[in-house]
Write a protein that binds this ligand. Structure first.
Ligand SMILES: C[S@@+](CC[C@H](N)C(=O)[O-])C[C@H]1O[C@@H](n2cnc3c(N)ncnc32)[C@H](O)[C@@H]1O
Length: 265
């Protein structure tokens, strides 16, 4: 990306240097150039599974908690937005004219995020190559279970703006991680976050949200299939794992996360 301003012209965005990016029929723009990126992005099946999990309300307490932090915001950027549920809820809680920008490596996520809210736009971009907005353009950035680019977040947030970060705690879905072949949460994430924030942010709050969820077999399959387990297990393997885990009833698991609000200095 040359980082110049993009101007809308019909079905594409163009900069003064002549770079042009088409607006997809589904309402998102891809700013990935050349070979794109080396990172593996979510597939259509993973995004469909994630949407079903949200529509079943599994993450609703967390969606609501994130939205609460966005009350009164005027411009929200969701970095690693997934299918866009957090961004849509944030916009409902934000100022009436607030705009939302969802950024994700996956075009399937962008497609979903663009549809989730009328004031949301979605951009396919690699957040390690930079966030595609001007310096100080937004007052809220969301990073929910997503990779974090602290320097870019500091650049795009106006002073006093909020970076809202959701990180899983070791107990997050711990009851189903092993039986459903999911990745467990690594150690040291809290320390890493403190290091990332030190240069440009002050932590305003760090709240634990722990809530139990009763998951039936189809939901267990989707919770596993929306994450990295989908890259190394077939759907049939996940269906068998869910049947062995829930045995015709439900399994109680916990959402267990930390919601950190940090203020841009
Ligand atoms: C665990 S998912 C979380 C999605 C969403 N925030 C949620 O909680 O539902 C991580 C998301 O980050 C996106 N992602 C991973 N690497 C990325 C990158 N380098 N740039 C932009 N998005 C990325 C993935 O495509 C995926 O949608």
């Amino acid at each position: 990306m040359c980082a110049d301003t993009l101007v809308s012209g019909g079905a594409s965005l163009r900069c003064a240097a002549g770079h042009a990016f088409d607006v997809a029929r589904q309402g998102y723009v891809s700013l990935l150039t050349g070979k794109g990126t080396v990172h593996r992005s979510d597939t259509a099946d993973m995004v469909a599974a994630r949407n079903r999990v949200f529509d079943a309300g599994v993450y609703q307490p967390l969606v609501a908690a994130v939205a609460t932090h966005c009350a009164g915001a005027s411009a929200v950027l969701d970095a690693g937005c997934g299918p866009g549920q957090y961004l849509a809820a944030a916009l409902e809680a934000a100022a009436p004219e607030a705009v939302g920008i969802g950024v994700d490596l996956s075009k399937f996520c962008a497609r979903s995020a663009a549809r989730r809210h009328p004031r949301a736009v979605a951009i396919v971009a690699d957040l390690w190559s930079g966030l595609p907005v001007r310096d100080g353009a937004v007052d809220t950035v969301l990073s929910v279970f997503a990779p974090r680019n602290a320097a870019e977040t500091a650049r795009v947030l106006r002073p006093g703006g909020t970076w809202l970060i959701v990180t899983p705690r070791p107990g997050h879905l711990a009851e189903i991680v092993e039986p459903m072949h999911m990745l467990s949460v690594g150690d040291g994430k809290t320390e890493r976050l403190a290091v990332e924030l030190a240069a440009d942010f002050d932590v305003v709050s760090a709240d634990r949200l722990r809530v139990d969820r009763d998951l039936d077999e189809p939901t267990l399959v989707d919770v596993a299939a929306m994450g990295p387990a989908a890259f190394h297990r077939t759907r049939d393997e996940l269906v068998a794992a869910a049947a062995a885990t829930a045995a015709g009833t439900t399994v109680r698991a916990h959402l267990d996360v930390t919601i950190t609000a940090a203020r841009r200095r």
